[in-house]
Write a protein of this length. Structure first.
Length: 258
């Protein structure tokens, strides 16, 4: 209550006391102040401090360039405790879930390869994700003010790894290049001694040398995003897809003729 009053009064004083400030700006801020001090509301509803709260539209700082972030343009208004604020952009568990979505920090998208940086023509290269790094990531957002206590948890889970060899002279395993989540929540399979003759469940085979350069292998991870919130709310949010490029040197297998 006091915080909102201080905000309005400070803005009013700074505007009217700024040298050279345009008259229309002074008039606008004066009308805004009058709404809450002597107009629709009286003295910022100080006599109702325990009965409700001021609701104020706030633009998402992570979406300042998104026109949709300006759709919430309501002037500050008063809402009695436990009342529906009556505006479509009011904070809900779904909106908290979207805020948590924006705050999720995912690990760097880098796939483990064997051989790692240098491979041979026609030699299968194994690819997999480190289970210790690529696991579920969750963020919880909550709002607890008088008459309103809601929260939502958003969870991102890696579901597939897509490999683009960086050249048409290559084959992927599987042929689609998309390695799906295994039953144990891993993606791909780590290479181990003795598997050199096996076909990797996730990987690449280059058919031509990269010469004096490298191929730009791109590994893209798709994260499935879900949320749960207050009141048994929940559902899906848009998948997140993040990729990175790795340099791969492919050499010809040298043979010796006798």
């Amino acid at each position: 209550m006091a915080e909102f009053e201080k905000y309005v009064e400070t803005m009013y004083e700074e505007t009217i006391n700024t040298p050279g400030q345009a008259n229309y700006a002074k008039s606008a801020v004066g009308q805004f102040r009058d709404t809450y001090k002597d107009g629709k509301y009286k003295d910022y509803n100080e006599d109702k401090a325990d009965e409700g709260n001021w609701w104020v539209a706030v633009q998402n700082p992570d979406r300042l360039d998104d026109p949709a972030s300006m759709e919430c343009g309501e002037l500050p208004f008063w809402v009695e405790n436990n009342d529906d604020p009556g505006v479509p952009q009011a904070v809900t568990p779904r909106i908290l879930a979207e805020a948590a979505y924006n705050a999720i920090q995912l690990p760097e998208t880098k796939v483990t390869l064997a051989p790692r940086d240098v491979t041979k023509v026609n030699l299968p290269t194994w690819a997999w994700l480190d289970k210790a790094t690529f696991k579920e990531v969750a963020v919880t957002a909550s709002l607890n003010v008088a008459g309103l206590n809601i929260s939502a948890t958003t969870t991102a889970k890696p579901v597939s790894l897509t490999i683009d060899p960086g050249t048409s002279d290559a084959e992927t395993y599987p042929a689609s290049g998309e390695c799906r989540l295994n039953d144990d929540d891993s993606i791909g399979e780590p290479y181990a001694k003795g598997k050199a003759a096996q076909t990797p469940p996730c990987g690449i085979k280059y058919l031509r040398s990269s010469g004096d350069g490298t191929y730009k292998l791109r590994a893209t991870i798709t994260w499935a995003v879900t949320w749960t919130g207050t009141g048994a709310a929940g559902g899906d949010l848009p998948d997140g897809t993040f990729g990175t490029t790795q340099d791969i040197t492919v050499q010809e297998i040298q043979s010796v003729n006798r």
